[in-house]
Design a protein around this ligand. Structure first.
Ligand SMILES: *Cc1c(COP(=O)(O)O)cnc(C)c1O
Length: 376
């Protein structure tokens, strides 16, 4: 039987219909400005988020790295949360490529607030000779905190703080579609809060490839330059853009199913006394949990589950992540929960020091109010 793959929402493969749309795409060389499918995609997403322009990018990482370049100069500081992708997975390239310093805060569930930002700015001298904060970097949904939605009212507060204080604001919206569907808000509401936003087609939307960076015409002109520098200027990329257009048309509203599947998985796993679910009521498509037994690492537990047909992602030393997505059904959720529980029981029974089990994971529970990513 095919494994139930809950490692990430990037693991979807394009449907026959999406492949057909890609095969039939009208293409040209986008470096010559002649790929009408890419141009159509850029127009569609810019309009959707109420931005002037958009630029098709190969990956979310490139959108993020180019965004850093257009907002900052080497030596500048970027205020962000330690749990966000930019800090957790992209700190090396941010310091290398853009030459910026990520000044990280830790906020409850990753939802930054103005007081925290102000405090972080005030920790050091900011006169002309010193490091300047240029950019505030937010993420929505917040994957490292369990797919938390960054609430729109808070986004608006930070947006007006940034505008009045002269800071630029970027949203890493790799999963903004999940956030907007969960919050029931139109996409342009998020676009209006920021200078630039990066979005992804290869996460919950189920396309095989692509991201876009959205902003003003001037910012996107500048972004195009850096996309070229970074090797991301593509030629007949309309084939990939057609997959993204198909995804936008067919796969947005169904994200609500992924969210209810995540809630159901969290509920089923939460009934098992051997498991601790750090996201008991997921807002979007992620469930983070750990075995209440500290003899087994997340990687070992994920390996055991894989043998039984459920693939999970070991997020940190002891926390495992499950992500629901296109192609994961109700039945898969019930089966995955049953398999995970059965593996947990087998593992705890056969592990050494099993008398110490059940209470072993209290430190994870202590993290709960802040974030599921235990960052030191
Ligand atoms: C996946 C992801 C990225 C990077 O996207 P890639 O296309 O994998 O490079 C950036 N930010 C967030 C929040 C993500 O989840």
């Amino acid at each position: 039987m095919k494994p139930i793959d809950l490692r990430s929402d990037t693991l979807t493969t394009p449907s026959i219909e999406m492949r057909r749309a890609m095969a039939n795409a009208v293409v040209g060389d986008d470096c010559y400005g002649e790929d009408s499918t890419v141009q159509k995609l850029e127009r569609v997403v810019a309009d959707l988020f109420g931005k002037e322009s958009a630029l098709f990018m190969p990956t979310g990482t490139m959108s993020n790295q180019v965004a850093l370049r257009i907002h900052t100069r080497p030596g500048d500081e970027v205020l962000t949360d330690a749990a966000y992708h930019i800090a957790y997975f992209e700190s090396a390239q941010s310091s290398d490529l853009a030459g910026v310093m990520l000044n990280t805060c830790s906020s409850p569930r990753g939802v930054l607030d103005i007081e925290t930002l102000e405090r972080q700015i005030a920790t050091k001298p900011r006169g002309g000779n010193y490091a300047q904060v240029r950019l505030i970097w937010l993420e929505n949904s917040i994957s490292g905190c369990g797919g938390v939605v960054f609430p729109l009212p808070r986004l608006r507060e930070i947006s007006s703080f940034a505008r009045t204080s002269g800071y630029h604001l970027h949203i890493d919206g790799a999963r903004i579609f999940n956030a907007a569907i969960a919050e029931g808000q139109p996409f342009h509401a998020y676009g209006e809060c920021c200078d630039t936003i990066s979005i992804c087609f290869a996460k919950g939307l189920g396309a095989p490839f692509g991201s876009a960076l959205l902003g003003s015409a001037e910012q996107i002109r500048e972004a195009k330059r850096f996309r070229k520098w970074y090797g991301g200027a593509l030629h007949q990329s309309g084939i990939m853009a057609a997959g993204a257009l198909y995804a936008l048309e067919h796969n947005i509203s169904r994200l609500a199913e992924d969210h209810s599947n995540a809630r159901r998985l969290a509920l089923l796993l939460g009934h098992d006394p051997l498991l601790h679910v750090s996201t008991p009521d997921p807002e979007t498509n992620m469930v983070y949990f750990n075995l209440r037994h500290d003899q087994i690492t997340a990687a070992q537990f994920a390996r055991e589950c894989a043998r039984e047909g459920v693939l999970l992602f070991p997020w940190t030393g002891d926390v495992v992540r499950a992500v629901t997505h296109l192609g994961i059904t109700d039945n898969d959720i019930a089966r995955a929960a049953a398999i995970i529980s059965a593996v947990a029981h087998r593992v705890v029974k056969s592990a050494p020091h099993s008398s110490a089990s059940i209470t072993g994971a209290t430190r994870i529970e202590g993290e709960e109010s802040r974030c599921v990513t235990p960052i030191q």
